[in-house]
Design a protein around this ligand. Structure first.
Ligand code: COA
Length: 145
């Protein structure tokens, strides 16, 4: 498994990961991913295995606070520590840019994601009301870096 910054050539693969990883209303569009690839203070990192993109994660940083915006691993690549390594790469990237903490939002029923975040040092600190629609609150998690 090789981790590397994503390029526009990876857009099609990223859309494939979105389709496999999320229900339609939650998927990021091609435009959303293109904007992330273009944005300042963003890391879009992919893992490549057997000649294809097996996973992606996206991070931002502003002042001392970084955010984990997305992590998705292809179904046949899960359970091998890929998400853990991508989150680690994001923390290293953010730390090098002066970040002291990383935040994220997660659905409280997304057990695999919660497990990854707990395993990588995140703790719940708050909830964000109606983040995923009326009555569907997000858990906000924080990790010191
Ligand atoms: C969540 C997701 C990214 C995990 O990817 P992954 O590569 O399988 O995760 P890892 O193998 O790195 O697992 C890291 C830790 O989380 C735990 N974990 C991962 N998936 C788990 C699951 N389904 N159930 C229980 N624990 C799980 C692992 O046991 C591991 O802990 P350990 O290292 O102490 O054993 C993947 O399931 C996915 O892409 N889901 C769909 C997209 C999504 O919901 N993304 C998150 C919101 S943006």
């Amino acid at each position: 498994m090789i981790m590397a910054p994503a390029t526009v050539d990876d857009l099609e693969s990223l859309l494939g990961l979105e389709s496999a990883g999320f229900d339609a209303p939650e998927r990021w569009s091609r435009d959303s991913w293109a904007a992330e690839l273009d944005a300042d203070q963003r890391l879009v990192v992919v893992s490549r295995e057997a000649g294809r993109v097996g996973a992606v994660a996206c991070f931002s940083v502003l002042d001392e606070t970084a955010e984990l915006l997305r992590v998705v691993v292809a179904p046949d690549c899960r359970g091998r520590g890929t998400a853990r390594r991508l989150v680690g790469a994001g923390k290293d990237w953010a730390q090098a840019r002066g970040a002291r903490r990383m935040l994220l939002e997660v659905r409280p029923d997304n057990e695999p994601a919660l497990a990854v975040y707990r395993a990588t040092g995140f703790q719940p600190i708050a909830r964000r009301k109606d983040y995923y629609g009326t009555g569907r609150h997000a858990v906000v998690m924080e990790c010191e870096i």
